[in-house]
Design a protein around this ligand. Structure first.
Ligand code: ADP
Ligand code: MG
Length: 290
């Protein structure tokens, strides 16, 4: 009954000093002049001359340089085999760059100790084409699990899971199992799970690859809504019609090389979700009411 451990040493999100290792301006007695946190202008993602060779010699990336600023929504496009997933795998530190530097929020991923990788990953939400849900767990438990493994209390979990499921349009599906859901609903669960920790960076690798066009629009809208809450979102896709509709920044890869980087949709940056949704439905196509 009594909540005894009211001040339990909860594992804080992004434990600083011990996780960041040498990158942290170490426990300086005073923070005399420079602020301990990275400046707001620091890119969330920064690739500098990144090469990636897979074992066996296949080139995954061939010298990629780009940066993604905080709050951006970016599409990574290109044919199968062009290197999109390689970018994602580098960002989750599933693989390490063969040469060049990958930084996330200023942190050089190559310098993170293997043992610290799970802590790093708390800051990166990932959504996959094939959802990767736990088949024997309900929607609620699939999302709760993500909080459990990041050390949240049961109380916190009970508060947060229904919230996120409402946000993702799953309020009535709490007790369903993945195989009782449509593909679009399963993808919503996986987005809820990726986002429930409010990671500053959300990666989606072909999130609509298994979905029909209509369902895909809903999923992209959801990712966009998440972006509007402040998360930086990087979406790998080869869905051209979707990219054209969204009018966001597009980075195109070809054989591991960046061949295009266009701020396609910049003019639309300030529209709100409702305006965006209207455009996604095509309401403005005849020049109506903007
Ligand atoms: N685990 C792997 N081992 C060897 N080669 C790989 C591996 N994963 C990807 N590749 C190769 O790296 C290149 C880029 O792949 P990938 O990043 O998965 O492309 P995309 O996601 O754009 O389809 C391709 O030539 C692919 O065959
Ligand atoms: Mg891929």
């Amino acid at each position: 009954m009594e909540e005894r451990n009211s001040k339990s040493p909860r594992r804080s999100f992004g434990r600083r000093a011990e996780d960041v290792g040498q990158e942290t301006p170490d426990a300086a007695p005073e923070q005399a002049s420079s602020a301990p946190r990275p400046p707001a202008s620091q890119p969330v993602v920064e690739f500098r001359g990144v090469h990636l060779s897979y074992p066996g010699g296949t080139t995954g990336l061939d010298g990629a340089t780009f940066a993604v600023e905080r709050g951006e929504f970016v599409f990574l496009v290109g044919q199968t085999g062009s290197g999109k997933s390689t970018v994602m795998r580098l960002l989750t530190k599933e693989i390490d760059a063969t040469s060049g530097t990958v930084r996330v929020a200023g942190r050089d991923l190559g310098a993170i100790d293997r043992k610290k990788v799970p802590f790093y990953r708390r800051n990166v939400g990932v959504v996959f084409q094939d959802f990767k849900l736990l088949p024997n767990r309900t929607v609620y438990d699939n999302v709760a699990y993500a909080l459990l493994v990041t050390g949240h209390s049961r109380k916190e979990i009970r508060r947060r899971v229904p919230d996120i499921l409402r946000l993702t349009g799953l309020a009535t599906k709490l007790h369903s199992y993945p195989d009782q859901l449509s593909g679009g609903e399963q993808q919503r669960v996986s987005i809820a799970r990726a986002f429930v920790n409010h990671p500053p960076l959300l990666l989606a690798d072909e999130p609509t690859g298994n979905l029909d066009p209509e369902t895909s629009i809903g999923i992209m809208q959801l990712l966009y809504r998440i972006n509007r809450t402040g998360s930086t979102v990087l979406v790998a896709t080869h869905d051209h019609s979707m990219v054209d509709r969204m009018r966001r920044r597009v980075i195109e890869l070809e054989n591991g090389l960046i061949v295009r980087d266009e701020a396609t949709g910049l003019y639309a940056r300030d529209e709100n979700t409702r305006e965006f949704a209207a455009r996604m439905r095509g309401d403005d196509e005849e020049g109506g009411g903007l």
